[in-house]
Design a protein around this ligand. Structure first.
Ligand SMILES: C[S@@+](CC[C@H](N)C(=O)[O-])C[C@H]1O[C@@H](n2cnc3c(N)ncnc32)[C@H](O)[C@@H]1O
Length: 264
């Protein structure tokens, strides 16, 4: 567990580690563990890779989704019978491994990643685990996404890159997935899954009641609660709700996940 940050009066856990839907953190953690244990297992190599990254890349390992969230995504993917998944923001490939497992050997996962070093580690993880149905495209997703013309549209697009880009990603997906459009990005009925959509709750509550306002997110994230990231996530949720083209469920677990189904 990451180090605790203290203020003179409050002790605040690193946001993604804190389970806020229960009366206190201890109960929250126990309930989450119980839920994890009583959900279908995901393969050991994914759990091992999560542990390996947590140990070897402690500075950035918190970028990864949790095993519990991976369980949800695999479940969801299998439920909708997804075979083609696009991931925006691969980091070192943990969530790609989960998608790869979910779509099976006949499916395909394409992941976009800005940082060549992270992309290389992801490809190495695929290789080491015999994963042949996933690949990483290296570059800025804001530039790559509008150029994608898949022969078959994606069943799921998972957005987990820089938060300020979320509205642009969503607009591109909507524009490139219109009914009748050739090479549309997302199929009718396909899912757009936006991660970290509540961002420590700031998206819904940035008042002084939210103790994470005083959390030290680092020098480049001063007053993070009123940052461009938070504004962009609000905008993203508005587009989902107001476009008229989605049905969605905004799940308040983890750091918030907006699961939206394209209606047309
Ligand atoms: C939260 S991490 C992704 C974690 C990964 N989905 C997982 O759960 O294992 C976000 C990643 O997106 C990448 N990223 C941020 N902005 C990007 C962009 N514009 N284009 C491509 N990748 C980007 C970052 O380098 C980082 O590795």
């Amino acid at each position: 567990m990451p180090a605790l940050t203290t203020t003179p009066t409050t002790q605040v856990l690193y946001p993604k580690e804190c389970v806020a839907l229960y009366p206190n953190e201890i109960v929250g953690e126990r309930v989450s563990k119980y839920a994890e244990v009583h959900s279908s297992c995901i393969p050991k190599h994914i759990i091992n890779y999560h542990a390996h990254v947590s140990k070897t890349l402690p500075e950035t390992a918190k970028y990864m989704i949790s095993i519990s969230q991976a369980q949800m995504m695999v479940f969801l993917s299998k439920t909708v019978g997804a075979k083609r998944i696009l991931e925006i923001g691969a980091y070192v490939g943990l969530s790609s491994l989960a998608w790869s497992h979910a779509v099976g050997s006949e499916g395909k996962v394409t992941a976009l990643e800005f940082e060549p070093h992270f992309a290389k580690l992801a490809e190495e993880a695929f290789e080491a685990n015999g994963v042949r149905n996933a690949k990483v495209l290296v570059g800025d997703a804001l530039e790559i996404l509008p150029t994608l013309t898949p022969t078959e549209p994606y069943d799921i697009i998972f957005i987990d890159a820089q938060k300020s880009g979320y509205p642009a990603y969503l607009s591109t997906i909507l524009n490139s997935s219109k009914p009748g459009a050739p090479n549309r990005l997302l199929r009718k009925g396909g899912l757009v899954i936006g991660d970290n959509i509540l961002r420590c709750g700031f998206v819904a509550d940035d008042s002084e009641d939210n103790p994470w306002r005083t959390y030290d997110f680092g020098p480049h994230r001063k007053e993070y609660w009123k940052s461009q990231d938070v504004m962009s996530l609000k905008k993203y949720n508005e587009i989902v709700s107001e476009s008229g083209r989605f049905e969605n469920w905004l799940c308040p677990l983890w750091d918030g996940v907006n699961i939206a189904r394209l209606l047309d």
